[in-house]
Design a protein around this ligand. Sequence first.
Ligand SMILES: [Cu+2]
Length: 468
Amino acid sequence: MISRRNLLSRLGWGSAALAAGGLAQAADPHAQHGGAKPAAPEPAAPTSPPAAAPRASGYTPVRTLNGWTLPYKLVDGVKEFHLVAEEVEHEFAPGSVAKCWGYNGTTPGPTIEAMEGDRVRIYVSNRLGEATTVHWHGILLPSGMDGVGGVSQPQIQPGETFVYEFTLRQHGSHMYHPHADEMTQMAMGMMGLFIIHPRQREAIDRDYAFILHNWALHPGTSTPDPSVMQNFDLWTFNSKTFPAIDTLVARTGERVRIRVGNLSMWNHPIHLHGVQFEVTGGDGGRWRREQWRREVTEIVGVGQMRDLEFIAVPGDWAFHCHMSHHTMGPMGHEIPNLLGVDQRGVEDEIRQLLPGYMAMGKNGMSEHSGHLAMGMLPGPDNTLPMMSGEGPHGPVEMGGMFTLVKVRDDLAPGDYRDPGWYAAPEREQARCVSNDPEFGAPVRRGKTISAAPGAAVDPHAAHRGHGG
Ligand SMILES: [Cu+2]
């Protein structure tokens, strides 16, 4: 497939480039005069590079957040991959480790990366205690290679290795996952990305990819609970929660693509600050240019993939799910609403009876991030705080599906190291101008309720006297 963008970039190469392909024909001046196709390409202008052969010159490799790409062996022209389904020890973020299931030692499994037209042979060994299969989600292939246990193949029993083989007839962002005891195996972390690059090189400088997922890793436990359908504890980009999720970095002016897949049980409105991105593709490959949409939030539905592209502008930009509970760590779901209730002294007593108890704070939940920063209020073992992360201006108060896109003017191409925090120019920095609550003469309507006299405006202030 030739994208409009690629085509336009080739228009300057002389009319020889226009001879191939229907899209090019519309731009061909000959087409307007009687519609006769030119018999042969006109000779290219002397300054034009040769343009007849497609540029099968490779691709910008995908950068899998906190992940890796599976190496392959070329055997008689076939790319051979080997996946191993197995139990893995996985760290969601420092302080939370669990027994999960994945491939080749990780959840998600390694990214499979190949090119349109490649023939791939994929061995799948099962080292789990139960049968599995692999379904190649979104990939056009013969029915017997589709990986649906009982329908397209017998299940792969523990200890067995199956082989899948097919030719890639498309390009785009795709995934793989089991189609056997799916509820359990996906809840335990079995999934991975399958990225197929087009033969025509795309104008993308940085290409990121990850999968959205949710986990019922209840506070104090170390194995996800596959029976949970809605109330999850952990919300992850590639099985990591903030602040353990990799930062996405780019140089100012670079074209960045972020491929987002969703194998969780919820739809996620994925939101990026700082730019209007274009949604340029989905499971059905790269969309025609006329179908691209300019957005700042894109819902990635369960089982879907979306490609987001933008030109990088300098700064530190939040990139997160907009369901606010999905940017939190584990919190328990039956917590009473204690906004406005003074709980001094009560919470510790409750926690002696209920070890996982975390109350809603009197002035909101951010009290807790303050407590944790002060070394107080440790949660149950192996349980992440609800909010965490420390930024250059204080606590970030996030968790779960949150990370940053960091763009700098002076990054070398291919440098993916976290550049640290952005230093905004002084005139572009929001700042405090008063600490008088009666400051100014703002217009207000309705019935306002003032904070009680003496109420702690600073949520940490009430605890400073505890000597904690
Ligand atoms: Cu979400």
